[in-house]
Design a protein around this ligand. Structure first.
Ligand SMILES: NC(=O)c1ccc[n+]([C@@H]2O[C@H](COP(=O)([O-])OP(=O)(O)OC[C@H]3O[C@@H](n4cnc5c(N)ncnc54)[C@H](OP(=O)(O)O)[C@@H]3O)[C@@H](O)[C@H]2O)c1
Length: 182
């Protein structure tokens, strides 16, 4: 990735880099295996770092540019069908928050993208109802618009920004009672 990013940057200086790759394993019927958990952490955390770390010095040296990290609503609270996915997406979000504050004075902006449900092969595999799931092109246009305004982080689509705020404010015992497997 380091070499590939350097080569891409030499062709045309990168001004926006989105660390998007991510996987999820396990579902309500099939618990994640140890290998699944390690694979999810490898792709979602190491993969994100493999993208961001080589890009950072390039943007810092030019004192401009934007990095966007792909988190998820699942990163707001750990979900029983995908604890490792939730954990990695929480890590991505918090890493982005810290990094944003660290590099802002150097002219580099960091945004965290927090989608709920978007119609892609990943969510097509889900066997549960996904309210307000949107099409990928709708998601792309929301992401494009928010990144153009350098939004620090954004949950979408509506009404998920409100859902995220409510979940973050609820006591853990209440969320556990709602989420725990029966
Ligand atoms: N869909 C949603 O509702 C939703 C909600 C919240 C967050 N997200 C996040 O959005 C991102 C994109 O997900 P998606 O819904 O588009 O899922 P997807 O259709 O399964 O696409 C996953 C993407 O990750 C890439 N990828 C997976 N493993 C990789 C690896 N080891 N190295 C390099 N690339 C790898 C895939 O590349 P290849 O096609 O080349 O395999 C593909 O482009 C993920 O980070 C996901 O967690 C999605």
């Amino acid at each position: 990735m380091e070499q590939w990013i350097a080569e891409a940057d030499a062709i045309r200086p990168l001004d926006l880099v989105i660390a998007n790759a991510g996987i999820s394993r396990g579902n309500l019927a099939k618990e994640e295996t140890a290998d699944d958990i390690r694979a999810v952490f490898a792709v979602n955390i190491d993969g994100m770092l493999n993208t961001v770390l080589p890009v950072l010095p390039l943007l810092r040296s030019r004192k401009r540019g934007q990095i966007a990290l792909m988190s998820s609503l699942a990163g707001i609270w750990g979900l029983p069908h995908a604890p490792s996915y939730s954990a990695t997406k929480a890590a991505v979000r918090v890493f982005g928050q810290g990094l944003r504050a660290r590099v802002a004075r150097e002219g580099v902006s960091v945004s965290v993208i927090i989608p709920a449900f978007v119609k892609t092969p990943m969510t097509n595999a889900n066997r549960f109802h996904m309210p307000w799931r949107i099409e990928a092109d709708q998601a792309a246009s929301i992401i494009k618009r928010k990144l153009a305004r350098s939004k620090p982080e954004f949950v979408f689509p509506h009404p998920y920004p409100a859902v995220a705020r409510i979940v973050s404010a609820l006591p853990p015992s209440l969320i556990n009672a709602f989420l725990k497997l029966r």
